[in-house]
Design a binder for this molecule. Structure first.
Ligand SMILES: [Zn+2]
Length: 137
């Protein structure tokens, strides 16, 4: 069995950490995410908590990236406020990230030993939404 290793994008972790430290406020914004776009840009976002199911930082980031013309993301990381460090994506985000960006890499913790894994590794045996969209010929 081979092990795929990916370098960890420390600049991305630093960007998410800075947004978590400086932009997260109260109960509404408690998580920050940063993604490396295919063109090299870093896009950041914070979650928008609401009891009806407000989006996680990763999902807000997808929209923020599109608003800036970044439709392809290479790597994403989420960091919690109050020095919680790198936080792995929740189940819903794993599914959405995989459907939007099947080749995406995700930085997971622990913060002192982060590693980069393919999003597909975080959601094995998954339902693939794109398959549902294929024409049955
Ligand atoms: Zn989530």
């Amino acid at each position: 069995m081979t092990t795929r290793t990916h370098p960890v994008d420390r600049e991305l972790i630093d960007a998410a950490t800075e947004v978590a430290r400086t932009r997260c406020r109260g109960d509404n914004h408690t998580m920050a995410a940063a993604a490396r776009a295919a063109d090299g840009r870093i896009i950041t976002a914070v979650n928008a908590y609401h009891f009806t199911g407000g989006p996680c930082a990763e999902l807000v980031l997808i929209g923020a990236a599109a608003a800036q013309g970044a439709y392809e993301l290479d790597t994403i990381v989420a960091v919690g406020d109050r020095d919680r460090g790198v936080v792995p994506p929740c189940g819903r985000c794993r599914q959405v990230l995989l459907d939007y960006f099947p080749a995406l890499n995700v930085v997971v913790g622990p913060t002192d030993r982060p590693r980069t894994v393919p999003v597909t590794a975080l959601l094995p045996e998954t339902y693939v939404w794109a398959d549902h969209q294929l024409d049955a010929e």
